[in-house]
Design a binder for this molecule. Structure first.
Ligand SMILES: *Cc1c(COP(=O)(O)O)cnc(C)c1O
Length: 437
């Protein structure tokens, strides 16, 4: 394959998607409006159920903030000029789940709860509110199960338990112990599996298939997770509008999102593309050791392709992105939508964690900074410059807006974050040393 040598070198790179088309057509079966309405309809329930959502009226949203100092630092270190304005989309601060997973998890669990509610109302000929004691008693007879090494388990577990479901999170051996502790402290059952992530998911899926009182949240296949993420498109459109920012032929919008299996970034990209059309230029970021979406999309194959075929290890500091194989629901949906994918090394994640905390006082987890250098790829690489040329954007970059998605961090215990920062400082020092040699 074209890319094989480059992937094996574990050097950062930008891959531009040759199949991106300005004439992209959405899939009628997947409409973000459905998720937007489900969120709206249940805002009252969410507000009542989760005290944390009270101030926001039961809506789930995150700020969009300028990061001028980080922009200045990274443009200087990469010699990037004329990049317009950088924004950080703070999904690291989303309530309850503390990560982008809140969007998908809330939507899927609300969808399941509404399904049970409808069945109950039809069977009994009465109305019952989602947050009523009757419904909570019914929900307590059901288990929501999920396989996860981290944020998806946290999100689904905390949200499902909040609505009254029994919740079980299947975790692989490597899952961080603070995550297991936090879940258990909220009454959520954690099942530890001796194998890896895939084995934990498979075990969870199998138990659920044998029992109709178990709902399994399937990260690799779920439409409801995808739609929950896609509702972020409208949220960003509204925020840009409030800020008085245009998106049109003269003002392109660039969006950069960290990618694991692809559900979260795929759903967000899909929601944005429906609104902004060809003026949206969306790129994903993956670790050099786990470029699951890249190997899938670059192969052009309808069959699953995984990173192990390229001798890669799937070991990365970005635990939220450490996935060997992309979602086969999402990869085909990205085929003519996505602009490209760039890869980042762990050393860069360390540097960029430091950059955000020192320059902008923003604390996130390593996975969440994977996309931070997105805008620099366009101005400072041959592939990026060729993309800009091809789309006639050269004279529009100064008025472009770049939205960098920050995907997680709020639940990270301070001592874990401080460990990262210590490691980051020593890694950066070592790099300086190596450079001087
Ligand atoms: C899950 C996750 C992602 C990526 O989402 P996928 O749906 O796996 O692609 C990115 N960042 C963080 C922090 C995550 O937890």
């Amino acid at each position: 394959m074209l890319l094989e040598r480059d992937l094996k070198s574990r050097e950062p790179l930008l891959w531009v998607n040759p199949r991106r088309s300005p004439e992209w057509v959405p899939d009628d079966a997947l409409n973000p409006v459905e998720a937007e309405e489900r969120f709206k309809r249940n805002a009252g329930v969410l507000q009542q159920t989760f005290p944390m959502l009270q101030a926001a009226g039961g809506t789930l949203s995150s700020p969009l903030v300028k990061i001028p100092k980080a922009q200045a630092r990274l443009c200087a270190t990469t010699n990037t000029k004329n990049t317009g304005t950088w924004w950080l989309k703070r999904d690291d601060s989303l309530p309850i789940a503390g990560s982008v997973k809140a969007r998908g998890a809330f939507h899927e669990i609300l969808h399941f709860a509404e399904t049970l509610q409808r069945q109950y109302e039809e069977a009994n000929g009465v109305k019952a509110a989602l947050s009523s004691p009757t419904m909570r008693a019914l929900f307590s007879e059901y288990t929501v199960a999920v396989g996860s090494t981290g944020n998806l388990g946290m999100g689904v577990g905390l949200i499902a338990a909040g609505l009254g479901f029994r919740a079980v999170v299947h975790m692989s051996r490597e899952a961080a112990s603070w995550k297991k502790d936090k879940l258990r402290a909220r009454g959520i059952e954690v099942v530890e599996h001796a194998g890896d992530y895939a084995a934990a998911v498979a075990a969870g899926r199998e138990v659920a298939m044998r029992d109709e009182h178990i709902h399994f949240v399937d990260d690799e296949k779920s439409h409801e997770l995808f739609l929950g993420y896609s509702a972020a498109g409208r949220e960003v459109a509204d925020q840009l509008n409030e800020l008085g920012l245009q998106v049109d032929d003269e003002h392109p919008l660039f969006v950069y999102i960290p990618c694991g299996v692809g559900g979260a970034p795929g759903g967000i990209a899909y929601g944005l593309r429906r609104i902004f059309g060809k003026n949206l230029h969306c790129f994903f970021a993956e670790p050099v050791e786990s470029p699951a979406m890249l190997v899938q999309m670059a192969s052009g194959s309808a069959e699953p392709v995984d990173i192990y075929e390229f001798g890669l290890s799937n070991r990365t500091l970005a635990d939220g992105l450490a996935v060997p194989q992309a979602s086969m629901l999402v990869a085909p949906l990205m085929q003519s939508l996505l602009s490209g994918i760039f890869l980042v090394q762990d050393e860069t994640l360390y540097q960029d964690l430091l950059c955000l905390v020192e320059d902008e006082q923003i604390r996130v987890e390593p996975s969440a900074v994977a996309a931070l250098r997105g805008p620099t790829w366009l101005g400072s690489s041959d592939a990026g410059r060729a993309y800009i040329e091809k789309h006639g954007l050269a004279d529009k970059m100064a008025q472009a807006n770049h939205v960098i998605w920050s995907t997680g961090g709020a639940l990270l215990p301070p001592e874990i974050f401080n460990n990262y920062i210590e490691q980051a400082r020593s890694a950066v020092l070592q790099n300086v040393h190596v450079d001087l040699d």
